[in-house]
Design a protein around this ligand. Structure first.
Ligand code: NAD
Length: 326
């Protein structure tokens, strides 16, 4: 094996190990920034050496794995991830590519990137019938009983319609602090962050445990074709979902230029500590569905959206006793 082959093998191995700890055990062993850096290194190496892409490379699939114990749910439409941007140059480059593909006549909707886990909720004639995790993107876990314990998840919509919606379940900062305090008192292992605590809570087989964890949710999408509901764009869809009685995040903004997008990012980089929940970035989406369709999808993520990730904030000395983020 030459040096590149060796590094690719090594990165695959490390990322699988870290991904397993994170997605399956809900117990990360390295900081997200470390994981992201290694993943970006692998992406770059694979781009330069496409013949060395392993079929099970972490770049080839969406996040998690399906854990045993829950009924499996095959998603009607895959639940995808988002591609990432880490700085202003990445965002400007993304904007340039979008303009190249669809011209200048479009707008973005910027949203907070809630640091929780993706969920799907199905309503049949307005009644909540099934809730699932994203799992590997194609198959998720049926966590209906646990999701029913979340007060923000309406058990009945304002209208008797049949719809699948998607969003993020999360643990508010206060609930997280309380939970870890309690766990410390009981000599139990602490959760590394609210996202892993939320994921761990929703994958408990006993819904009483999920109920005690005080989770919440924001809904940000319709699963499938929004146009079937008479909506033409993302911003309009969020208003529509709100009208159905679903919790949508209010801190969103239409932007007609990339400079406006950058100001939105700047604003939330500063205001982030004042929120009652964790965010790990800003999601930037092309608004109109027709333009989203033109841009299409990669295997892992839509081309019409990108997630800007905030730089690493905290050091995970509690996890490994060494500073991995510098
Ligand atoms: P992601 O978190 O980077 O982004 C995609 C997800 O963002 C979506 O699936 C959705 O759940 C969520 N999201 C939140 N708000 C949204 C909004 N307004 N609109 C659309 N989507 C929104 O991707 P991922 O595949 O879920 O996970 C990768 C993350 O997991 C990275 O942050 C990575 O660092 C972390 N990770 C860490 C480790 C570790 O060992 N520390 C291991 C694996 C993964």
């Amino acid at each position: 094996m030459n040096e590149i082959e060796q590094r690719i093998a090594e990165l695959n191995k490390l990322l699988h190990e870290y991904g397993h700890a994170y997605y399956v055990l809900d117990n990360p062993i390295v900081a997200d920034s470390v994981y992201d850096q290694l993943l970006q290194e692998l992406i770059a190496l694979e781009e330069a050496n496409p013949s060395l892409i392993y079929p099970d490379s972490p770049t080839q699939r969406v996040g998690g794995a399906v854990i045993e114990g829950f009924k499996k749910v095959t998603h009607d439409y895959p639940m995808l991830s988002l591609s990432n941007a880490f700085n202003e140059a990445d965002i400007r480059e993304y904007d340039r590519k979008i303009r190249q593909a669809i011209g200048d006549n479009f707008s973005y909707v910027c949203e907070l990137k809630i640091d929780g886990l993706a969920i799907s909720l199905k309503y049949d004639n307005g009644v909540f019938v099934q809730g699932a995790t994203r799992g590997d993107g194609v198959i998720g876990e049926d966590i209906t009983a646990n999701l029913k314990t979340i007060r923000a998840v309406p058990l009945r919509l304002q209208e008797p319609i049949t719809i699948e919606v998607r969003g993020e379940a999360y643990m508010p900062k206060k609930s997280f602090d309380k939970l870890n305090l309690l766990r410390a008192e009981n000599g139990e292992e602490l959760f590394a962050n609210p996202r892993n605590a939320a994921a761990g809570s929703l994958r408990q087989l006993d819904p009483k445990i999920a109920a005690s964890r005080q989770l919440s949710t924001f809904i940000y999408a319709i699963g499938g074709d929004g146009e079937a509901y008479g909506i033409d764009g993302h911003g309009e869809m969020l208003d529509y979902l709100e009208g159905l009685g679903l919790p949508s995040n209010k801190e969103r903004q239409h932007c007609t230029s990339i400079d406006e997008v950058l100001s939105f990012i700047e604003k939330w980089t500063e205001n982030r500590p004042n929120l009652a929940y964790e965010i790990d970035g800003i999601v930037i989406k092309v608004d109109r569905f027709a333009q989203q369709d033109e841009l299409g999808y990669t295997a892992k993520s839509p081309r019409w959206a990108i997630a800007y990730k905030f730089p690493a904030e905290e050091v995970v000395t509690t996890l490994l006793d060494i500073d991995l983020t510098v």
